[in-house]
Ligand binder design. Sequence first.
Ligand SMILES: *Cc1c(COP(=O)(O)O)cnc(C)c1O
Length: 406
Amino acid sequence: MELKGQVYQLDGLDILDLVEKYGDPLYLYSGETMQQNFRKLQAAFHWDNVHIMYACKALTNVSVLKLFKKWGSGLDAVSVEEIRLGKMAGFSGSEIIFTPSMVREEDYDFAVEEGVRVNVGDLSALEYMSCAHPEYPLCIRINPHIYAGGHHKISVGHEHSKFGISIFQLEEMLELIKSRGIRVEGLHMHAGSDIQDDNHYLRAIDVLFEVAKSFKDLNYIDIGSGFKTMYKKWQEPSNLEKIAVHVKVKLDELSEAFDRKIELLLEPGKLLVSDAGFFLARVNTVKPSARKLFLGLNTGFNHFVRPMLYDAFHEIVNLSNPDGDKVSYEVVGYICETDTFAKERIIDRAKVGDILAFCNAGAYGYHMASNYNSKLRPPEVLIVKGEDHLIRRRETFSDLISTLVT
Ligand SMILES: *Cc1c(COP(=O)(O)O)cnc(C)c1O
């Protein structure tokens, strides 16, 4: 998003014109930014045998998945439904890795039928797979027991996390693999989202490669994601080159030890789509109160929950008044709960009807939305090559009641 004169634009299009055209609230995405992010990651991990598997739970719209397919990405899917959406977008089985947590046995069966890579994160699932699909090669998700910093809800590789098979259970796991003759073709970890200190990520990678030495049939190593998003402008981005160089050394060592080329998989989500998305909402109310000046928006945590769920900071820009004097607001939603988007946030002075943009709303924005308070979900618009495309229409009241049985 850039300010051209007095007009905020995205990929050359006037954002307020788009709000006029599609209404608000609205999720707006830049295809160009996604592509640049993808290319940047490719450039850092530029050697052969690297597969970027876009973690599609961040932004699952099929039109976006099709773009990633076109650019040569694979897909990380965490549910049967995401596998189905990936197939809709044209991904083949081997281009998808299924990384579920606590799902039904039938879901593994489905993944096998679809021919996707299956990533198993618990011993009981490993046991199940060895009985139901004895020939099917597997990837194993380990829990490296690294505290990755950041918000406790997005750090998922520590000792108390539900994800992955604990490295303390390595012996048990190896015994099971041996006794059942399970073919382990991949080893995976995902230590957490938005790891603030790259060194935490590197340490988790070290653990993964250390464990990998015990798996002689490996074809690939999957380092998950830990790439950060600059939610605050002054944050340092992940040093992709440094991470890539670190991984390359480890990967070459392993390839040499096993005497064959080991492939590398990466699973970035927010790195690819977060800064490509903006959530746009109108000011409904300006409400001075005893201690605060509230800006009440035509939205709430039903549409954009990260600030409430993760205490996430999202920059807020008043698109309607680029040159306004700065005012401190409590930015809140219309939901009948305390749904505060931002406390004491300095924004260009706003009046009723102004349009605010939440930045970095491309990842975990629309796809965490709900119908709470019986509100309707917004549309999604994607800009590709300077043209806007409606890729999901706004919900209607008929959608809301379509599943009711009366
Ligand atoms: C969510 C998830 C990712 C992506 O995480 P980001 O922080 O969005 O990059 C990658 N791998 C797995 C297994 C995930 O669950």
